[in-house]
Design a protein around this ligand. Structure first.
Ligand SMILES: C[S@@+](CC[C@H](N)C(=O)[O-])C[C@H]1O[C@@H](n2cnc3c(N)ncnc32)[C@H](O)[C@@H]1O
Length: 242
């Protein structure tokens, strides 16, 4: 969808759940994290914001289940993105019709495969993923002309400041080094390029809190098995906001 950030923000205004910083929480597998003051909604209720009916949600969920299980199988890695966080990422990309995605933190490609599978039009999607080390690349990614893996040689946060991206990503999925300085530098770099920033494990440092205060992005937090996934969505069109 063109102007997806406008659609996103309109939807949130319409349903009146953007009054506070911490708002929508999805599918609580483990609600033991008491530090979060959150409003809880289920995945299907969250997706209704985008006009997704129960029937469409079921179809989306069924498709995602098969993507997720094949990804877990192909990646052969105990770690990687969790089930519900993957569902949010998958749904957001599919529903908003996003086609240019940058990901930091490849590991063994669980989230990369979910992102690729989420694209509606598989011919126009472009996914660039980066990592400082790579051990295995699942077959599907090795043979996809829409996927590019970059090995980067820098662990320093300055790296993001000088990053030159021809991709112009609509969505930046941040799942790499979640140390405070690194994550904040990456968030600031992502804000220059993208309308959506999705942060996995955003609870680990205060970087998202600082970024939420200084930036013009709306913040939406989701709880998933003792960790938080945060979506930042741009309030203003990119050309005005930068
Ligand atoms: C949580 S894992 C990523 C999981 C992956 N997104 C998935 O779902 O399979 C974090 C990854 O970030 C990588 N990493 C650490 N520092 C990084 C950096 N500066 N830039 C890019 N990746 C980095 C690590 O090597 C590790 O593979």
């Amino acid at each position: 969808m063109k102007d997806s950030f406008l659609y996103w923000n309109k939807a949130f205004r319409l349903y009146g759940i953007q009054a506070t910083l911490r708002q929508a929480v999805i599918s609580i597998s483990d609600p033991s994290n008491e530090n979060l003051s959150t409003v809880m909604i289920k995945v299907e209720d969250f997706l209704k914001i985008f006009g997704v009916s129960d029937f469409q949600y079921k179809a989306l969920e069924i498709e995602y289940q098969s993507v997720f299980s094949s990804v877990v199988h192909a990646s052969n890695h105990p770690s990687g993105i969790k089930h519900d966080s993957g569902l949010i990422l998958f749904s957001l990309i599919r529903i908003c019709g996003l086609t240019r995605i940058y990901e930091s933190g490849f590991q063994s490609g669980r989230s990369s495969q979910i992102i690729l599978a989420a694209a509606h039009d598989s011919s126009s999607v472009r996914v660039v993923s980066s990592d400082i080390r790579v051990r295995e690349i699942p077959l599907l990614l090795r043979h996809s002309g829409n996927f590019e893996l970059r090995i980067i040689h820098s662990k320093i946060s300055k790296f993001w400041v000088n990053l030159n991206l021809s991709l112009k990503p609509e969505l930046w999925f941040l799942d790499s080094d979640n140390g405070f300085h690194f994550q904040l530098a990456e968030l600031r770099a992502a804000a220059k390029h993208s309308s959506f920033i999705v942060v996995n494990n955003s609870h680990v440092s205060k970087a998202c809190d600082i970024f939420a205060e200084e930036s013009q992005f709306e913040r939406h937090d989701f709880l998933d098995t003792n960790r938080v996934l945060t979506i930042f969505s741009r309030r203003e069109p990119l050309n005005k906001a930068v």
